[in-house]
Design a protein around this ligand. Structure first.
Ligand code: HEC
Ligand code: HEC
Ligand code: HEC
Ligand code: HEC
Length: 139
């Protein structure tokens, strides 16, 4: 690569950085304009919302799409539960005893491959099992 080409790439990088910075600089904290940005109904939350959840904890999964979460199109709208309310959690309860904490490492020993008669999970990427699957009430 000659030095002129290198200069062009560098200049392009600076320009795009400057453009991004100005977009952020123009954004005031305007919650009513945030609310007006939505084009549809906010979907309800299909998993548990733990006590003390914050927008940071929601974005922990939804910003980049970790743990099988879908990426949010609006990470800048911070008060998540202002719009997204608790929906029905339709995941089946755990029908067997669980020794200790509900942790993917334990659960997937059987459910990843389906050994010991366990139904094979269709979502191995969702690692917070207890977010959706509750312990069945033991009689
Ligand atoms: C540990 C990861 C994780 C965290 C933390 C998390 N979510 Fe989710 N969220 C998921 C997964 C996985 C799904 C997909 C569930 C499904 O498809 O059944 C989901 C689905 C959703 C949906 C449904 C979107 C749609 O298009 O139907 C909403 C809304 C949502 N989450 C909001 C939140 C909010 C608000 C918080 C914070 C209180 C939060 N989530 C925290 C993993 C997470
Ligand atoms: C002002 C209302 C509002 C706030 C605040 C808000 N959302 Fe949403 N969200 C919506 C609407 C409306 C939709 C449906 C799609 C659309 O029209 O943008 C949506 C869709 C989603 C989806 C489905 C994927 C997508 O982007 O379409 C996820 C995941 C989600 N929101 C997560 C979050 C998280 C996490 C937060 C907080 C960090 C949050 N939302 C804050 C209104 C809101
Ligand atoms: C030793 C193997 C084993 C381990 C470890 C295990 N399971 Fe299971 N799981 C099973 C078997 C076998 C079944 C079949 C139904 C039964 O036991 O009644 C089952 C059934 C289930 C079901 C019901 C599925 C349905 O379609 O109704 C859920 C949900 C579940 N397990 C979740 C978990 C979670 C979450 C963990 C971790 C805390 C876990 N399991 C750990 C073997 C295991
Ligand atoms: C974000 C919610 C959510 C998380 C997290 C989650 N599940 Fe599920 N799971 C569901 C739902 C909902 C179903 C019912 C079937 C469906 O809609 O996919 C289900 C079904 C299952 C089943 C029955 C077989 C199947 O796939 O239909 C098993 C086994 C299971 N989950 C195991 C697990 C294990 C093990 C973990 C953690 C490593 C886990 N799940 C994490 C929501 C979740």
């Amino acid at each position: 690569m000659n030095s002129f080409a290198r200069f062009l790439i560098f200049a392009g990088l600076i320009l795009s950085l400057a453009a991004t910075a100005s977009v952020y600089a123009e954004e005031p904290e305007n919650f009513s304009s945030d609310a007006a940005q939505g084009t549809g109904e906010p979907p309800t939350v299909p998993h548990k919302i733990p006590d003390g959840a914050t927008s940071e904890s929601c974005l922990g999964c939804h910003k980049t799409g970790t743990n099988g979460a879908m990426e949010t199109s609006h990470p800048e709208r911070l008060d998540c539960t202002q719009c997204h309310v608790q929906g029905e959690v339709s995941a089946p309860a755990i029908p067997h005893k669980v020794r200790g904490a509900i942790a993917a490492k334990t659960c997937n020993k059987c459910h990843l491959t389906g050994i010991k008669g366990a139904p094979k999970t269709k979502h191995p990427e969702r690692t917070q099992c207890g977010q959706c699957h509750e312990r069945a009430k033991q009689a």
